[in-house]
Design a protein around this ligand. Sequence first.
Ligand code: DHK
Length: 149
Amino acid sequence: MRRLVFVLNGPNLNLLGKRQPHIYGHETLADVEKSVRDLAGELKLEIRFHQSNREYEIIDWIHEARETSCGIIVNPAAFTHYSVAVLDALNAYDHPVMEVHISNVHKREEFRHHSFVSSRADGVIAGFGTQGYLLALRRVAFLVDQKAK
Ligand code: DHK
């Protein structure tokens, strides 16, 4: 299997570093991408890193990942809390899915406590800041290596 991992980011994450830094921190999404790519190099994984404010693009990337990848790391951002369509797309995906939230959504408004994506995710990380992406990537690598044994 190709050691390719899709890292998908939902709406408003293009503003990371500028948007509510007391909640999401000062790192930009480009910083996150760089850290993810550096770690992927160590773990011998390839990365497709995407962000969109449009639900259909996230869905299309999940469809693309079905054919080509060994795992998905997704921060669906606000789509987490209402998108049955993103859940349906992930339910049609056969490899590990890690759900990442930069903030601890459970410490925030009640509408952020429910995630549609969690019923499909193999793991959920929230409140670890942008480090959550790296923890998720290590987990995907572990699961892929385990399967290859
Ligand atoms: C990012 C968002 O944009 C919010 O809509 C989610 C998530 C939380 C995050 O913590 O990364 O509620």
